[in-house]
Structure formats: C-alpha cells, structure tokens
Design a protein around this ligand. Sequence first.
Ligand code: URA
Length: 435
Amino acid sequence: MNIVDIITKKRDGGKLSKEEIEFFVNGYTKGEIPDYQASALLMAIYFQKMDKEETFQLTDVMRRSGDTIDLTAITGIKVDKHSTGGVGDKTTLIVAPLVAACGVPIAKMSGRGLGFTGGTVDKMESIPGFKTAMEPEEFLAQVNSIGMAVIGQTGHIAPADKKIYALRDVTGTVENLSLISSSIMSKKLAAGSDAIVLDVKCGDGAFMKTPEDASALGKTMCEIGQAAGKKTVALITDMNQPLGQAVGNSLEVIEAIETLKGQGPADITELSLRLAGTMIYVGGKASSIEEGDAMAKDALESGRGLEKLRQFIEAQGGNPQVLDDYSLFGPAKLSLDIVSDSYGFVQKIKAESIGLASQHTGAGRLRKEDPVDLSAGIYLHKKVGDKVAAGDVLATAYGNDQAKLEIGAAEAMRAFVIGDDAPEKEALVKEVLGL
Ligand code: URA
C-alpha cells in the first residue's frame, strides 16, 4: 500500500478501504506521511466526499489514535455537550451547572479558542485563580462530590485529529461533512461519556451555512454516536448573529453569570435552557425533553444553577466572589464605542466579523501559542431586529491596547448590516435530531 495510490484513488472518486484509511491516519500521525501528501488527500476527500462507511471508519481510527477516558468511576449517566463552533457561545458555563444541579454528572473536556471562535478554557481562565488542568483522579473525585468538572483537552485524546485538524485549518479543507463529523465524534467518543448532546451551528458564522447542510452534519454525527452505543442528540441552531451580547473571555463569563441570575439576554437564555433540558432528558433524569426543559428552568429560577457554578469555581481554585463583584475580573482599561451612521433596523450582525473584531482587540489568538487579553472583546448593544438611529451606539470594543482596539472596532462596524425593513425573526433552534 502506498499513499500516492490512495490519493489518486480518492481523486478519481473511489471508495477507500478501512486499511487505506488506517494507513493514511496512522502514517500521518507518526510523521511518516508528509504534509503535502496529507493535504492532497484531504483536498481529494473535500471534493469527492466520503460515504457513510468511510466516515465511520475514519472516526474510529482517529478515536483509537490516543487515550480514551474511563469515566466508569463516576456514578450515573454522564452526558457530554459539544458545539460545532460559534461566536459568543458561552453556553457550557450556563448549561453545565444547570444540568449538574438536576443530578446529571458532567465530566467535560473543553477547548481553547482559535481564529474567530472562542473556547471555554480561555473563558474559564479569566476567573482569578481558576485551574483548567488537574490529575484524572482529582477530576473524577470532583464530579462525584459536586456533580461537575470541566478541564482543558489533554494532548492524548485523538492526537490524529489534532494533527489533521491543524492541517485542514490552513489548507481550506475544514468545511466537509465527513471531515467535521469524524473530527468531532472521534474526540467525543474518546472522552468517555455515555450520551452526547450536539449543538450544530447553522448560518453565516458557522461552518455549515444552510439548514440542509447543518442537518446532514447533525444526522451523520448522531448515527456515528448511536453506532458506538451512545445516545446522541443534535440541535440545529442559528448562528446568523453572535449569541448573546458579550464576545470575549471575561465579558462572556459575566454574561453567563448574569444568565444564571435570570438576567441574561433572551437568545442565550433560551438556547441554554433547551440544551440543558435535552441533556437532563438523555441523562435519564426526565422522561421527556419537555420535562427536562422544565427542570432546567426551575434550576435557573431557583438559583440552584448559580449555586452550582459557585461550587464549581471554588472546587477548581477560582475566586467565587466574582459572582458578586465583577471588578475582580480586572476590567479592560480602554473602550471604544461603535456608532451607527444610519437609521433603520439591524438586518444582520455577521458573527464571523464580530469574532474577528474580538480577536483583533486581543481576546483571541492569531497563532496557537499567542497569549490572550482576557478582558478584551466586543459588547453588542444592538441585536438583529433592533431599531437604530444615526448616533446610536451599536457596540463597544474593550481592550488594553489602543491600536488593537481601533482595528477591532473598525471590523465590528463592518459586521452590522442596517436596512429599512424589520427582518424576519429566525428560529433559534431549527431542528432536533436523534430522538
Ligand atoms: N470542530 C472540530 O473539532 N472539528 C471540526 O472539524 C470542526 C469543528
């Protein structure tokens, strides 16, 4: 077997065997296949696609490329959640405490932000003292004692995906159904939970731009999860504007806290409750999604979710007083308002541009090793459908570097599309798959 034959076979529309997929994945992970040949094969897969059998095999080989986590020491049905990537998506910080407060254990690994999308690990690190790394025994013990723990991804989970994803990121080969679903599901299956709830983003600010493509991705991921014996449910959700109002690490943590206090933006509250309700249902604590939704709402309204967040922050070394005193986050020293120059309705807020704007203020990385400014970001004062007049403040950019702030503010200005008519309201949750 050789890699040139595998590349030409896929280039000409052939179906790869399990052995050929293994040869590629293992050879590339070990460094025996160079980047240029791996890139050629990924581009051939991008154009010729993979069928269901090839996609399942690719997922399985990547899952087996590193460690798999054993969560059997945790009692109960462990439920994981994953979002395909968004802007302003702080739902894990809201959903995990709500679900844990309803008795479903959460043992979760989260990622860092890259490019224009944020990551939960960076957000959690904006809490003074918070640790995102811990020994496996400590991680399991924390879930058994308080019902939840969230840590950074270890380097040993699906290393093949880590290497292939980094190459896809720079070769224009991310947006392919088989490559995305195998990438996400190899990590989720290796992470050891019993059930998985997927938030598949759809729209301008997502990898999948249309509801049809997002639905096909959700369906494939549900099939992969179910074939591995895990209950898997996918919610197809709107990403035609950022979620909530805050984009940037500590700004998003503050918004998550406000949401658990019952004062969050409507969209982030609705999506968090829907995800939490679904997780409570697949975690076996509710007999229907509707009952799960009601339990999540009760955990929010009674303040039990907020108390769980307090316990979680304290257990991972963070200062729980941040819940009552946001100045402890160390706010940004500089801010710049983004002002409307026209009258009308906000038609669109391009999520990707707001993500990039936030990255430029210092909240995101241009390279993996870059430090982030945890206080920087963009705060939206107007959302899609809001009426604006010339002179109104659309958003505020925060940061500690005037030059970066100006670049971020200019990018944020470009994100807003203002027109004469009120736009039609998009449903936040478009479809639920896998039930
Ligand atoms: N997230 C992943 O982990 N992998 C992809 O391919 C896309 C989003």
